[in-house]
Design a protein around this ligand. Structure first.
Ligand SMILES: [Zn+2]
Length: 139
């Protein structure tokens, strides 16, 4: 199994190699559209851009994001939320790794029926409401 890269790893991924050719292609296409000005080329470029946008939306709707539960340190699938009442903070149940600042929103989305209590609790905590952390505090 391929080991996951740790969060915040500054090394570019394999997809980064497509950025420069894509930028050069965009410049060449813009040059061709403005200099040669064939109507079919501008239409084809517009159709390609709109197809990419619609394709991205379809892919997002049909295959929504899932929580990554693979630990960035040990590579095992054991990452859980640091606090079941929060949407921030993750820890690994296998090796003990934890990150209190990392978002666990996708995990909360998968595990909770409603996310409003999490959001409201976090908002009250940021305002300094001490009653939020008391056991039995209402949501
Ligand atoms: Zn781990």
């Amino acid at each position: 199994m391929k080991r996951a890269r740790p969060p915040g790893d500054p090394r570019p991924g394999a997809a980064a190699w497509f950025i420069a050719p894509l930028a050069l292609g965009a410049v060449a296409l813009a040059f061709a559209v403005t200099r040669a000005a064939p109507a079919w080329l501008a239409g084809a470029a517009l159709a390609a851009i709109l197809s990419a946008v619609v394709g991205w939306m379809l892919a997002s709707v049909l295959w929504p994001g899932r929580a990554d539960r693979v630990c960035p340190v040990c590579g095992k699938e054991g990452v859980v939320r640091l606090d079941a009442r929060e949407a921030v903070g993750r820890r690994c149940s296998a090796c003990g790794w934890s990150d209190a600042a990392e978002s666990a929103w996708l995990m909360a989305e998968e595990e909770e029926e409603a996310l409003e209590p999490l959001v409201l609790r976090g908002r009250r905590r940021r305002r300094g409401d001490a009653a939020v952390d008391r056991p039995g505090a209402s949501d």
